[in-house]
Design a protein around this ligand. Structure first.
Ligand SMILES: C[S@@+](CC[C@H](N)C(=O)[O-])C[C@H]1O[C@@H](n2cnc3c(N)ncnc32)[C@H](O)[C@@H]1O
Length: 402
């Protein structure tokens, strides 16, 4: 949680936005403040949703560069095409076991992952993209039209909503962490924290939902998680513990389940199983903000100009998937996932044809994608299935819970 003093210190360490960017941020602040003035403190879920997705102004909805060196953060497909090549390898293996040849990517970012997968697959597929940001959708279309042959580009369609009777593989990289979360604090009892506005800046305030004067869904969910942790020998959590709850998993997964006939779902993201997520050392939660390749925990800095994310609670995600009707194939680290999907063999082919400089670059990319201190173990891959029995070799059930 940010205090006035620490926010001043935080700002001093970040690069300054331009005058235009400040103006853009002020417009978004004005809209949110007017809402708070009319309705009182807003839930952190609503704040994060508007900061990221407010049409035309939110971080993902407005036209700033986000990915890569010129942006705020870098994701695996931006680091190396090897990432998409390995994912394509996994898709081929799933197709070979009887799954229909259709792909649906959530949150396609710059479009690079789509480019990498379509260029690597040996047989044609129908490739759908669901992208919540209208600005990113246009960028994806421009990028992919430029990079892919007309016949490959013709395989792609952008959908506004989930399809009906989908058969195939749905997947997303770093999409779950971009879903808004609720924030809870243990202050004697668990309470939900929302966002108010005081002395010219956003501040944390207790949040009581206008429609729900008893305990909020986020508090009820936290109480259940804490009881499970205590049952498993971890917890109770200490006084002052502040953390996030993602209430989106269940409705989102129910919608996916309803839209599929037979499907595999693969989601890749940073996160933990529950005992790690709610570890005593993580008493300030997992909110992480990205601004020009600096990370910090203050979601009230530069509204609309920085990305706000929360780590994924993979146990909660798997529980929600089971409740929605999926079977869980398992969980694995990004490192194991890539190594099982031919990372070293694919890299070897690149190295044989490339020059020394290319070989050095590929070696560096492999390190970033797989080393435990880099992305290798911080990122996990979770697999779900509906009405299929596909073996996904890299996946084991890492948790003792199921
Ligand atoms: C951190 S970016 C990751 C982009 C890309 N997958 C990559 O790996 O570079 C998050 C992306 O997810 C999109 N997104 C967030 N929530 C979504 C949802 N519910 N459905 C589809 N896309 C979503 C965002 O607009 C953005 O494109």
């Amino acid at each position: 949680m940010s205090s006035y003093h620490s926010q001043e210190q935080m700002l001093a360490q970040l690069p300054e936005p331009s005058v235009l960017e400040i103006k853009h941020s002020s417009e978004l602040i004005e809209l949110i403040v007017s809402d708070i003035e009319h309705n009182g403190a807003m839930s952190f879920y609503d704040y994060m949703n508007r900061i990221l997705y407010e049409p035309g102004l939110g971080y993902y909805s407005a036209g700033t560069a986000k990915f890569g060196a010129a942006g705020d953060f870098i994701t695996a497909p931006e680091i190396s095409p090897l990432f998409g090549q390995c994912l394509a390898h996994q898709c081929e293996s799933i197709f070979s076991q009887g799954c229909s040849h259709q792909l649906l990517e959530f949150g396609a970012g710059s479009g690079r992952l789509c480019e990498q997968i379509l260029s690597s697959l040996t047989s044609p597929v129908r490739y759908s993209i669901i992208e919540v940001s209208a600005d990113l959708k246009v960028r994806q279309q421009q990028y992919l039209q430029e990079k892919l042959s007309p016949s490959l580009f013709a395989c792609i369609e952008w959908l506004e909503a989930l399809p009906e009777h989908f058969n195939g593989i749905m997947f997303g990289n770093e999409v779950l962490d971009a879903m808004p979360v609720n924030v809870v604090l243990k202050d004697g009892e668990w309470q939900e924290l929302g966002v108010g506005f005081d002395d010219g800046r956003f501040v944390w305030q207790p949040y009581i939902s206008p429609n729900n004067l008893t305990q909020s869904d986020a508090v009820n969910t936290m109480l259940k998680i804490e009881a499970d942790l205590v049952g498993a020998g971890f917890g109770p959590l200490s006084e002052g513990y502040c953390t996030e709850i993602n209430l989106n998993y269940r409705p989102w997964l129910e919608a996916l389940h309803a839209s599929c006939d037979q499907a595999v779902i693969l989601m890749i993201d940073y996160g933990y199983e529950q005992a790690q997520y709610y570890h005593p050392d993580r008493s300030s939660g997992t909110l992480t903000c990205y601004y020009r390749h600096r990370t910090h925990p203050d979601p009230f800095v530069y509204p609309g100009l920085q990305d706000i994310t929360a780590f994924v609670d993979f146990d909660a995600f798997a529980d929600a998937a089971i409740a929605a009707g999926f079977t869980v194939s398992g969980l694995t680290s990004q490192r194991q996932f890539l190594l099982h999907n031919g990372l070293l063999e694919i890299a070897e082919e690149v190295s044989v044809t490339g020059d020394t400089q290319a070989q050095v670059e590929v070696a560096q990319q492999i390190k970033t994608l797989t080393l435990p201190g880099e992305m290798g173990e911080r990122f996990l891959v979770v697999g779900l299935q509906k009405d299929l029995e596909i073996e996904i070799k890299s996946m084991t059930l890492l948790t003792g819970r199921r």
